[in-house]
Design a protein around this ligand. Structure first.
Ligand code: C2O
Ligand code: CU
Length: 468
């Protein structure tokens, strides 16, 4: 069980009070209209077949009556600008919450225990309600005892549709993740401390939609929209498509101005990718999505052409309506230095929401939670509406997918060469890279900023910004 100091609890209670129903919900997007069809997401423990024929025990997932079938957390479809409501019901034997990764929603709905909401204890419920302002591919997961809960299954994909989204011949959504299973198909230790201090502990079984190397049918000669979300706790993919051409249409939910031909794409934990694939004309032809990061390429998923060719042209693929840009005012921007480093290996300090028992990583030399007299102080206080430049530097020999809650940033420059002015919530910073990210502090509250390699997050590479 997580340890919580009285001090932290009291402080958190105050924060929840300040940003609770009032300020948070009123937020930037106006008072929430009620959703027409609230859903229930029940956190449950189940047996599920992941690999082979033997059921894996103690799989953790979400169930929602009438939504999807099968053991995987349901694919949620929301509509941009339309209120959405989900009641989390906790039927697992430890506290949990839901974080809506990449959605710019009020702080009180962000799902971070003690920072934005109380724990949802076993048997309790919590009502999430918000209106997604951006369309695209997103995902959801707990923010509590995260390595176990996500590692055991609680990662789901969330699509926000735009009523004006172009229609393609098919759409396939893939939830990419691994599992730490032994030869008997049962969970093994979720991490090894030695690996947590490096690039993280990899899974032993790779899946797409909880299946090993699945094959999906798609219309021959058709244009297929493929939405990918890397919900794994560790693995960075270098994806390549074999047997078809494709365009990258959106990265991390944010449409590119024009589709870019896919050669390879690096996509790290927390990130999403939207592709348009031009399926082959021949019935039965197989397109392979491969991860070429390991020395031997691994098949992630297959797509099989079915029917007579629709004879589409990849060049005709319509682009997507953009989401709101980051309207940075560089003339008044304040710089915030953020140095990502390793830290002296230490027993972790008492923290809320579970601890892996170690600290290996730090932001600005402070492994979360800090050891100052204010161990849970924010990295910086940001003024509502102001522009900030996050000057981030990675002085470690490992890549870190750094994720910011509640707001988007724009990539401004990198020491690794020219950058596209991408807007995102997750940036994969390479070893020795220096990057500049512009951010407009336009959402009130406490927003977590952490590495999405969960072992890094949970052994120190975490902090948050307070927007006041
Ligand atoms: Cu995907 Cu702090 O989360
Ligand atoms: Cu990291």
């Amino acid at each position: 069980m997580p340890k919580i100091s009285r001090r932290t609890l009291l402080k958190s209670a105050a924060v929840v009070g300040a940003y609770g129903a009032g300020v948070g919900l009123a937020g930037r997007f106006g008072m929430a209209k009620a959703a027409a069809h609230p859903i229930t997401l029940e956190a449950v423990k189940r047996d599920a077949v992941i690999v082979g024929n033997e059921a894996t025990h103690s799989v953790l997932t979400y169930e929602s009556a009438g939504l999807n079938v099968g053991p995987m957390p349901p694919l949620l479809r929301l509509t941009r600008g339309e209120p959405f409501a989900a009641q989390l019901k906790n039927s697992i034997d430890e506290p949990t919450t839901i974080h809506w990764h990449g959605l710019r929603i009020p702080n009180a709905m962000d799902g971070v225990p003690f920072l934005t909401q109380p724990y949802v204890y076993t048997g309790d419920t919590f009502d999430y309600a918000f209106t997604p302002p951006d369309a695209g591919t997103f995902w959801y997961h707990p923010h509590c005892n995260t390595l176990t809960q996500m590692g055991h299954g609680m990662t789901g994909v969330l699509v926000v549709e735009d009523p004006d989204d172009p229609v393609f011949d098919a759409e396939i959504v893939l939830n990419l993740r691994d599992w730490r299973l032994g030869g008997d198909g049962q969970f093994i230790a979720q991490f090894k401390p030695r690996d947590a201090a490096k690039s993280g502990t990899y899974g032993t079984v790779r899946t797409a939609n909880w299946a090993v190397e699945p094959t999906h049918d798609a219309p021959a000669g058709g244009l297929v929209r493929l939405r990918l979300a890397v919900t794994d706790v560790t693995r960075i993919y270098t994806l390549k498509l074999v047997g078809a051409d494709a365009l990258i249409m959106a990265i991390d939910g944010q449409p590119l101005p024009v589709g870019e031909p896919l050669d390879t794409a690096v996509i790290s934990p927390g990130q999403r990718l939207d592709l348009i694939i031009r399926m082959p004309d021949d019935e039965g032809a197989i397109v392979k999505l491969e991860d070429i990061r390991p020395s031997t390429p691994k098949v992630v998923a297959n797509f099989r052409a079915v029917g007579t060719s629709l004879k589409r042209n990849l060049g005709d693929a319509p682009t997507f309506r953009p989401n709101a840009p980051v309207e940075a005012d560089f003339s008044t921007a304040t710089a915030i230095p953020l140095v990502l480093s390793a830290t002296a290996e230490n027993a972790a300090k008492e923290s809320f929401c579970g601890s892996l028992g170690y600290s290996f990583w730090a932001i600005n030399k402070v492994p979360w939670p800090g050891d100052s007299d204010d161990p849970t102080a924010p990295l910086a206080e940001l003024k509502l509406g102001q522009t900030y430049l996050l000057n981030m530097e990675n002085v470690t020999p490992h890549a870190h997918p750094i994720h910011l809650h509640g707001m988007n940033f724009q990539v401004v420059s990198s020491s690794n060469g020219p950058v596209a002015p991408l807007v995102s919530d997750t940036y994969l910073i390479m070893p020795d890279e220096k990057v500049q990210l512009a951010l407009v502090a336009d959402n009130l509250g406490d927003w977590v900023f952490h590495c999405h390699i969960i072992e890094h997050q949970k052994t120190g590479m975490t902090g948050y910004f307070r927007v006041i």
